[in-house]
Structures are given as C-alpha cells and as structure tokens.
Ligand binder design. Structure first.
Ligand SMILES: *Cc1c(COP(=O)(O)O)cnc(C)c1O
Length: 419
C-alpha cells in the first residue's frame, strides 16, 4: 500500500503536507515514511512467526544509513552485495553476524574484510569464488560459513533486466552441479557449508515461481541430507513484488503462508531477503514542474527530477504513479512527464492525464526502492536530499549534494610543461 493520501486536496505522508517538505528542503527530494518501512518489515517477521526465520533486508533497495538503522533496531539482518554496503550496515549499527553477502564478483579485499567482521555467511555464486574464499580463510586461519547460491532455472515472469534465476543468467551455481560441489566442500577445512540460497529476480507478482524455487531447494536439501550433509538454512532470496500500477502481487502474509506450508515439515531455518517489498511503497520522489511545453504532437511537463535521480522508468520502462501535491479541479490533459537530462530516455511517466500548472509539485509514487540507490550524477546534477517523516516530524537523512562535491575528487592537469 502507498504511504500517500490526500487531505483537503493536499498530498500527505503521515502527518506532513508534502508542500511544506518542498518549501523546507527544496526539490527534487526523496521522502520516506518511517511507519510504512517498519510496518512492512514487521509484516514479514509476523507472517513467518510459525517457523524459524531470519529476515535479511536487501540493502541495495535503499541503503540510507538512517533507514538501515531503523531496521537494525528491529533486529533485522542484511543482505549485502558489496563492501560499501557492509560498511553502511555497520555504520548504521547493524549486527555483522546477521549479514549475508551475495554477488557474483566478490573481490579479495571484500572477502577479507567481511571475514574480519565475522559476517554470518557468504552466498557463494561460483566454484572459483569458493576457492578464493577457502584460500583467504585458510590464510587467516579461520573457518567461514558459506551457502551455495543455486540457479534453479525458473522464470519469474518479470522484466528481463531483473530476472536472475534462468540458465543464461550470470547468477548462482547450476543446480546440477550443486551436489558434487557440496561433496567437495566437505573436504575443505576452512569453509563450512551451512545453507543453500536462491534469488530468481525482482518485482515478482505471482506465487508460483516462489513455490517452484522452494521445491527445488528442498529437493537439494534432502539430497544433501541423504549423503550426510546437514544444512542450517534455506535462503529463498527476495523478489516479492509491489503494486506500482495495476499489479496484484501476493500480500506478505499470503507469500509467507505459502512458503511456510512447504517448510513446516523440515526442521530448518528460512532466510528471506526482501528489499523492494519493505521500502518500495514507503517512499516518493517529490519534484516541481519547471515548464509546460505544448507541441503539435504532445504535451510535456518538464520537471526538476530526471533519470539521474530516478532511473527505473528509463531503465525498465517502469510505470510509477504520478500525483499532484495539490489537486486541481481544472481540465485534465495528457502529458509526458520528462526530466531535464539530455537523453530521450529521460522521462518519469508517459501519457498521464493530469491538470497541471507550471510550478506545481508532483509526487512520483513508489520510489522508496531502487530510487535514490540507483541515482547518479549524470549531466553533473547534484543528487537529491532524502527526508524521513515520522508522525509530525520530518528529518533530513541526507542533505542535497553540493556543486563543490561534484568534482571535489577530480584534479585539473598542470599543462604548463607540455607545450
Ligand atoms: C536484489 C536482491 C534482493 C532483493 O530483491 P527485491 O526484489 O528488492 O526484494 C535479494 N537478494 C539478492 C541476492 C538480491 O540481489
């Protein structure tokens, strides 16, 4: 459910009028609801309560340290994909022993530092990665927990850019190679196999692919049991979709129930790695209309947020609801909502029926996940601030980037000596 609602023709998050946010912090800016984030996290925790479970929030969905801190306070674990994300979690007060480390390209320094911090487990995505972890752990005289990320070859029926569990995908280990690899691991003394994992994609709106994944993982789990390899956990990844437009994803409760029904018989812990389902609908991007531009073919609303601030529409052709912060009774027109970036792909929404005036504020809904975390400085634009609303209070949790910061780490050349 969205965190936005209208009161007296004005758009609110919790008790705050978004118009006041724009006045205080300027636009564009990201605005999140604390209560929505916590409610979603708790919904997962509550829904899985009948079995042993561990929620590892996928940090890449939204990695602001204030948000990570809120989740750490709820005792959340974290799924990370880089050293940077690990350091964020630790800076936010997260417990390293609740971190699982995913990703196909873990570098040596990343593995070393994660071992040093004693994270819970590496989700290993290839045999060479396994060998690298074994070598490092052996050199550091320690034993490291690993899970094998399995590629189950299941189509989640989502956008191809966010499909990760098909044979042609770079992620995970072929399901047919898992048993022999597990046997090999038994002979290694610096790594301990404690689980199997899978993550087949994102924005999945049907239960069926999740059920297929669990079946395949349980199948592998039992095969391993038969050869004397006993696992502590099964990690089913993240991927639960949210409603952006007219999708009807299973609710958190329904999703959890279906998975628990399959896991009940086994005395095994489940790890889940939700990202989008926790933060996606807990945040918006607030932007102001700079110009209305009418051509013979189209009406454009040119706004002050672009694809560098919110990439999803340009990258995935994603549809996000766009709402006026102050609703007008005047006649609606069809608009393309475009940003200022010099790319034709720079749009936030197409063919939207809205009544607009220059200077109006727009809220781009469902921007809490893969919004700020995918933002960039393209076109030398400063990244927007992030604001967390908690009841009657709005807190700046990341200030707007400054022009100085844009090139602070660059250097001009001394050209005097090369004529
Ligand atoms: C991105 C990712 C997730 C989170 O996916 P969502 O669709 O945001 O829930 C979980 N696990 C892994 C390994 C990921 O790469």
């Amino acid at each position: 459910m969205s965190c936005l609602y209208y009161r007296d023709s004005h758009l609110y998050i919790e008790n705050i009028n978004l118009k006041d946010i724009a006045e205080e912090f300027g636009t564009p800016c990201y605005v999140y609801s604390r209560s929505a984030i916590e409610t979603n996290w708790r919904a997962f925790d509550e829904a899985f309560k009948t079995i042993s479970h561990h929620i590892c929030y996928a940090v890449k969905a939204n990695s602001n340290i204030a948000i990570l801190g809120l989740l750490a306070k709820l005792n959340s674990g974290f799924d990370i994909v880089s050293l940077g994300e690990m350091e964020r979690v630790i800076a936010a007060g997260g417990d390293p022993q609740k971190i699982v480390f995913s990703g196909v390209g873990k570098k040596q320094v990343e593995i070393e530092r994660a071992i040093e911090k004693k994270i819970h487990c590496f989700n290993v995505e290839s045999e060479p990665e396994l060998e690298r972890i074994q070598t490092i752990a052996s050199r550091l005289n320690t034993t490291v927990n690993i899970a094998l990320r399995i590629n189950p070859n299941i189509d989640p029926h989502t956008h191809s850019h966010i499909t990760t569990g098909l044979n042609e995908s770079k992620f995970g280990i072929d399901i047919n190679d898992v048993i022999s690899l597990a046997k090999k691991i038994s002979a290694l003394d610096s790594v301990q196999l404690i689980g199997i994992a899978s993550h087949i994609g994102s924005q999945i709106v049907h239960l069926d692919p999740f059920l297929k994944v669990i079946d395949r993982l349980l199948d592998v789990y039992k095969q391993l049991q038969q050869i004397g390899i006993n696992l502590q956990h099964i990690n089913i990844g993240g991927g639960l979709g949210i409603t952006y437009h007219d999708e009807h994803p299973p609710g958190i409760r329904e999703y959890a129930q279906a998975l628990q029904d399959k896991l009940h018989q086994q005395n095994i812990r489940v790890i889940i790695e939700p990202g989008r389902a926790i933060v996606g609908n807990a945040g918006i991007l607030l932007s102001r209309i700079e110009y209305l531009k009418h051509t013979q073919h189209k009406n454009f609303a040119i706004i002050d947020a672009g694809m560098n601030d919110l990439l999803r529409p340009a990258l995935y052709d994603a549809w996000q609801t766009i709402l006026p912060v102050e609703s007008r009774q005047t006649e609606k027109k069809l608009y393309d909502i475009a940003g200022p970036v010099c790319e034709s792909a720079d749009f936030l929404g197409k063919d939207r029926e809205l009544a607009l005036n220059p200077g109006d504020l727009l809220a781009i809904n469902s921007s809490g996940a893969y919004g700020f975390s995918m933002s960039s400085n393209y076109n030398s634009r400063c990244r927007p601030p992030e604001i967390l609303i908690d009841g009657d209070h709005a807190t700046l949790i990341r200030r707007r980037e400054t022009i100085d910061e844009l090139f602070a780490s660059e250097k001009t050349l001394d050209l005097a000596h090369c004529k």
